[in-house]
Design a protein around this ligand. Structure first.
Ligand code: HEC
Length: 175
């Protein structure tokens, strides 16, 4: 799914309406209140360490693997599932459906990814969610997201860890 940057806002909304017409759920269900994403904290070693502790305590590794490579013991159980091809996301590759910024990961953890085994961790406090988000970002080893222009929904926060110079150069904001 590539970014459809050439579309106008009007065209984008028109497509949203078209997509929503494909499922009766949009007509029949009342949407829940929108989730407000608070300002993310500074990503530092202490936050990432807290995230690492929670990652193990909450058993994220059972699906996502110890090093975040999507190879946890439970991940195999989903292969060939009737719901289609389900893979626990491999964080090391740096590709995220919703996005890789702290705010994107916050939403993923608060709401889960409907239609996948990724549950909503809505019982966690904000500081716990931020710690997990920071740790997930620390597990990224490749940074393909810098090959694309950043999504326009959030201000960009610097990704932690070292980045190859070539990718840093390409990550400059585009007109
Ligand atoms: C029961 C297995 C399971 C557990 C446990 C689990 N996840 Fe997931 N998670 C998934 C699956 C499956 C996906 C990928 C869905 C897809 O890409 O279609 C996913 C996706 C994600 C994503 C990527 C979202 C995106 O935008 O692509 C993040 C981040 C994530 N999980 C974090 C976590 C964290 C942190 C924990 C622990 C608090 C956790 N997950 C626990 C199964 C799990």
């Amino acid at each position: 799914m590539m970014p459809w940057t050439a579309l106008s806002d009007r065209e984008r909304w028109a497509l949203v309406f078209q997509l929503k017409s494909f499922s009766v759920r949009f007509r029949e269900e009342k949407p829940a209140a929108a989730i407000r994403v608070p300002a993310p904290p500074k990503e530092d070693a202490a936050l990432r360490q807290r995230g690492a502790d929670l990652y193990h305590k909450l058993m994220c590794a059972r699906c996502h693997g110890e090093a975040g490579a999507g190879d946890g013991v439970a991940a195999r159980a989903y292969e060939g599932s009737p719901d289609g091809n389900v893979h626990a996301r491999d964080f090391t590759r740096g590709r995220f459906l919703r996005g890789a910024e702290m705010e994107d990961l916050y939403l993923t953890l608060r709401t889960g990814l409907e239609g996948t085994p990724m549950a909503a961790y809505d019982v966690l406090r904000d500081d716990e969610i931020w710690a997990l988000a920071a740790y997930v970002r620390a597990l990224v080893r490749e940074r393909p997201l810098y090959d694309f222009p950043p999504a326009r929904t959030h201000a960009r926060a610097p990704v932690t860890g070292e980045r190859p110079a070539a990718l840093v150069a390409r990550s400059k904001p585009r007109p």
